[in-house]
Structure formats: C-alpha cells, structure tokens
Write a protein that binds this ligand. Structure first.
Ligand SMILES: Nc1ncnc2c1ncn2[C@@H]1O[C@H](COP(=O)(O)OP(=O)(O)OP(=O)(O)O)[C@@H](O)[C@H]1O
Length: 492
C-alpha cells in the first residue's frame, strides 16, 4: 500500500478562489494532448525570452572561437591564463558576431550576478534563462519537460542554471552549492539528455553516493526524472552484487556506493565493464588528476550554510543540561518532522532510550542497523509515522526529507562541513528551516568556527562570539558523559 505522506502537507489548504488561475492552468493541463510540449513551455517562469532566442547562436559561435576566452571570475585553476581573443581582421560579419558575443557575455554576467553564480574556466556556456531552454536550446525529449511540470519545478535553481549547460557542452565540472539547492537534478538531467536513448552497450553511467541511503534516494529521484523514458536504472544492492552477471545486466545507469562498486569489480573479476561510463577511467583516477579544461561553479558563499535556515546556539552547561534543554524545547514547540544529530551510535541509542517513553514518535538510525531496519526507519520518517529521528552523521549529507522543519545538533558537530551538511537537512528547495546547536564547556573553543558559518549565512551573531579566538578545527569529537539517566546497575 502506498505510504501516506500527506501528513507532510497537512495544514496547507489552497484557497481555490485565490488560486483560480493556477487551478485553471492545471485543469487545462489535464486535457493536454500528450505530445504537445508547447504547453509545458508555458508552465515555466521565463527570465528574458528575447535573450533565450539569442543564446543558442552565440553559444554555437563561442564553440567555434579560435582561442578560448577567459570568463571573469576568480581563477581557481593554475595556468588558466586568459588568452586574447583572436579573430580574423576586417570582416564585418566577424565584427557583428563579436558584438553579439559581448552582449551575450553581459547578459550572462547579469544572470550570474543575480543568482550568485561564480564560474571559472575557459569559454563557460551561458546559464539557463529558464527550463524552456532545455527544449528551445537543446531540443530535449518532451518527457523531461513533462516531468518538471509534474514535479512542480517552475524554474531552475542557480546551480542548475549553470551546471546543466556546462555538462551538456561535454565539459567536466566541479560544482559547489548550498544544501537543498537541487544539485541532483543539476547532474541527472544533462546525463539523461546526453544518454538520449536506452542502449545495449552496457552500463554507460555510474553515479557514486557515499551512503546506501543516499544511493537509494538518488535512484528514486533518477527514476522520477526519467519517467516516460525506457532507461534501465539500477541500484547496486547486496542482492545485485551477489547474484548478477553484469555482462548480461540490462542497465544504462548504475547507482552505487564506492565500496559496493569496488566489491563488484573485485568479486566479478572485472566482469563489470565501465569502459563505456561517462567518466574517463575509474572514479578515483579522476579525483586525483587535474580535470581537463574543467569548469568550476560555486553558488553562494564559501563555507556558508543555506540562507533559508534560522540558526541558534544554546549553552546547555552539561550533558544532563542538554537532555533538559531538549525536553524543554519539545514542550515549547515540537516542530515535526525533526532530525536530531549525535556523535556516535552509542549515544544515538542512549538518547533513543530516553525519548522513546516521551509522548513523541521517535526513531533512531545508525550504521549498526541492518539494511532492512535502516530502510524501514527512513520509510517511517518519510511517511510521518516517526516525527523525530535521531541520527548519527550517516544521514548528515545529501538525504532529502521533504519538509524537515528543524534540525537539532544534540552533540556539537565535529567540523564546519558537518555542521553545514547536518543543518542543511532542513530549509531545502527554498523552504524555511531551523537549526539548534547545543554546546557545553567542551565545545566552547570551537564556537567561533560555527559563528563564522552563521555570519557567512547571513545570521545575526553576537559580538562576544565573533571576538572569540578561532581554533584550528580538526575532528572535534570529545568523550561525553552518558546521556542515559538509568542507574548504572540497571544499564548492565
Ligand atoms: N528547480 C527546482 N525547483 C524546486 N524544487 C527543486 C528544484 N530542483 C530540485 N528541487 C527540490 O529541492 C530539494 C533538494 O534537492 P537536492 O536533494 O537535489 O538538493 P542538494 O543540493 O543535492 O542537497 P544536499 O546538498 O543536501 O545534497 C528536493 O526536494 C528537490 O525535489
């Protein structure tokens, strides 16, 4: 039976009168004749339709340019010195082309400035003005536009605006963007567009995710975005790993953790042929070498969390004080669905042991659970059976739970990146989120680092915090007293 996830949207009642226009558009779409992508194009928010018409020809000319022209932006690559644009003297056509190119560059710079997109590299393709360009500029299959409409995505996020044209141009790309800003679609859509159709040539794309949960989530998202195509999208599960002859596996896109892919290659004695995969050689080689003529895209400020998250620091005095402060914050405003992060499996179990008798539906997830247990815990959280999920950092990165309103760092994060990723489980896709971080005496020397992230994210930070000395932040994971309030003998 389909899990009921309506709880995540309870309370949102559309006023049919006020939104009559939208409802009528939806009604019109229901009678839509299915092979009419034009309707879908009208669904998307447009920036500048005039500019859209021009961008196609200009980007073609850019490709034909004899020498690369450096795009303004910070240079993160050695040796990416700009070279003068070389054009044949005196041809009027060339002059007009150059004028058009300069106008397009100005439009690109304006759009990047508007969305806080910083690029570096040679000849970076123009960012998308709207999703409509997937069709008008790249002639994408209509199912891709239909799926955007069904998902309710009216316009590309900043990272999608720039990463999609870069990847479609065949360039390699480093991309950094705030949590919850749509990086999955930013690589899945260009991948589907470049793969074009299913093929019998074996695995043509490998997507690596650092945890099994994220690999499962990426598989789900990929299938949603590929709906209407016939691509075979496979998640590398234990069963697939154990029982499959990969030379006969009908698969276009394989999604796996690095560990399982490595096991597969070793166990199957290299019977899995990646020589047609979109990454040159094996993934780790790419990580080690300088990528050739790559483009770097950075959205938002370095070392900042998503600006849609209200961040709070609470001094809890001691470990005991933390449990009191947690229960107090629940009493004041339980704001489900919520995630609570702790620093170890043992502490996750201890905190679960304390909260499971409170009248809140609490769950716990960590890497000591079996695969089935982990999947069922996540399903319950997504379906609203669990309101508060206690987790270790296994859930800290990439997991997308629609509508998580609040993240609590019960234990101080072990580094700034972990802080940014943990709180980024809330405030996703432009929604407002909240993050509360408890700290004790042990954590005070590291407060300044969090204060820097808060300041970079646009939060108000008291001066006593910013005036604190900055401490070199290696892995801060101190031994903490047990959370459990049970008498010692009872625990044994
Ligand atoms: N163009 C869009 N418009 C509206 N919502 C979008 C758009 N693209 C993606 N989303 C939604 O935004 C949410 C976050 O997307 P995604 O998980 O890809 O973010 P992310 O940048 O990968 O996050 P993280 O850094 O945490 O991994 C998802 O619920 C996704 O459905």
């Amino acid at each position: 039976m389909e899990k009921d996830t309506s709880f995540l949207l309870t309370g949102i009642k559309f006023n049919k009168k006020r939104f009559a226009g939208d409802f009528s558009r939806f009604k019109k779409r229901k009678q839509r004749n299915d092979d009419s992508p034009v309707d879908d194009l009208s669904y998307f928010k447009r920036e500048d339709t005039e500019a859209e018409k021009v961008v196609v020809s200009v980007n073609k000319k850019r490709k034909r340019k004899t020498k690369a022209e450096r795009v303004e932006g910070f240079s993160v690559f050695k040796g990416s010195d700009s070279v003068p644009v070389v054009t044949d003297e005196g041809s009027e056509q060339e002059e007009n082309n150059q004028k058009e190119l300069n106008r397009q560059n100005e439009r690109d710079l304006r759009l990047r400035k508007k969305y806080g997109i910083h690029v570096s590299g040679n000849n970076v393709p123009s960012p998308l003005q709207s999703f409509a360009e997937l069709s008008t500029r790249y002639g994408c299959e209509s199912y891709l536009l239909h799926n955007l409409v069904k998902l309710g995505f009216k316009e590309p996020t900043p990272i999608q605006r720039q990463a999609i044209p870069v990847l479609l141009s065949g360039r390699e790309c480093f991309a950094k963007a705030p949590t919850g800003s749509g990086k999955t679609l930013a690589f899945v859509y260009p991948m589907l567009m470049k793969l074009k159709q299913p093929s019998k040539d074996g695995i043509r794309t490998v997507i690596l995710c650092h945890t099994r949960e994220l690999a499962a989530q990426t598989t789900r998202e990929c299938k949603k975005m590929a709906k209407g195509s016939k691509f075979r999208i496979k998640l590398m599960t234990k069963e697939l790993l154990r029982n499959t002859d990969f030379t006969k596996l009908p698969c276009d896109i394989l999604i796996s953790t690095p560990r399982r892919l490595q096991l597969c290659i070793c166990k199957k004695k290299k019977k899995i042929d990646l020589s047609s995969a979109t990454l040159p050689g094996f993934v780790e080689d790419v990580a080690r070498t300088v990528m050739h003529d790559a483009v770097r895209i950075i959205v938002g400020d370095k070392n900042a969390a998503s600006e849609s998250i209200k961040q709070k620091l609470i001094f809890a005095g001691s470990e005991e004080g933390k449990l009191l402060a947690l229960r107090q914050s629940f009493a004041e405003s339980l704001n489900p669905p919520m995630l609570i992060f702790v620093q170890s499996i043992e502490r996750a179990e201890e905190l679960y042991g304390e909260l499971k008798f409170d009248s809140i539906r609490v769950g716990v997830i960590h890497s000591n659970l079996s695969q089935e247990q982990r999947e069922s815990v996540i399903d319950d959280f997504r379906a609203g059976k669990t309101w508060v999920l206690i987790a270790t950092d296994v859930l800290g990165r990439g997991m997308d739970f629609k509508g998580v309103k609040c993240v609590i760092n019960y234990d101080f994060p072990d580094c700034a990146a972990s802080y940014i990723h943990r709180i980024g489980r809330s405030g996703r896709a432009g929604r407002i989120g909240e993050a509360i971080t408890f700290y004790t005496e042990h954590d005070i020397p590291y407060l300044r680092n969090i204060a820097n992230v808060m300041t970079a994210s646009g939060c108000e930070v008291p001066s006593w915090l910013t005036d604190m000395p900055k401490k070199k932040w290696k892995k801060h994971c101190p031994r903490r007293e047990s959370i459990s309030t049970k008498p010692k003998d009872e625990e044994e």
